[in-house]
Design a protein around this ligand. Structure first.
Ligand code: ZN
Length: 153
């Protein structure tokens, strides 16, 4: 049996005796990638498979109706974390929409002033003091964590 080169990690490997056409080595990371790629490709090309994949978690939720309710009451810190992250995602999307639509929209909303705080997220929105051909806006959290930078050309 000839050695092959793994399409993911590029290392050479020897196909398993019962899988002479094996294209991916047996490393867990490479196998995971192989399954993910197969799954993605299959969902895109096979409507029945896609339907089953959509239906499966629905079925599970129907037979375990209280699971998430219980999970949320058992893990309040996760609930809070998720809420915070969702607020950030919402804010990012809103900001991106604003920038896409009009620069004026941003000015009217009062968001484009230096160091403006967006309640209730407590985030700072910083921009260059004057608008040029391209306005750069950065969103920075109170802990100075950089969140998003948007440029409008
Ligand atoms: Zn590999």
């Amino acid at each position: 049996m000839n050695d092959r080169r793994c399409r993911y990690c590029q290392k050479t490997f020897r196909p398993a005796p019962y899988h002479p056409r094996q294209l991916v080595c047996s490393e867990p990371g490479c196998q995971r990638q192989r399954r993910n790629d197969y799954h993605r490709q299959k969902i895109a090309s096979d409507p029945v498979y896609q339907q089953v994949c959509l239906e499966s978690p629905r079925k599970w939720r129907r037979s375990n109706p209280d699971y998430w309710k219980k999970y949320r009451s058992d893990h309040p810190e996760q609930v809070e974390r998720n809420r915070r992250q969702q607020r950030l995602r919402d804010l990012k999307r809103r900001l991106a929409n604003l920038l896409r639509n009009t620069r004026c929209g941003l000015m009217h909303s009062g968001l484009l002033s230096l160091g403006h705080h967006c309640e209730p997220e407590g985030l700072s929105l910083c921009s260059e003091p004057r608008f040029g051909a391209s306005t750069k806006v950065a969103l920075i959290s109170p802990e100075n964590r950089f969140i998003v930078s948007l440029t409008r050309g």
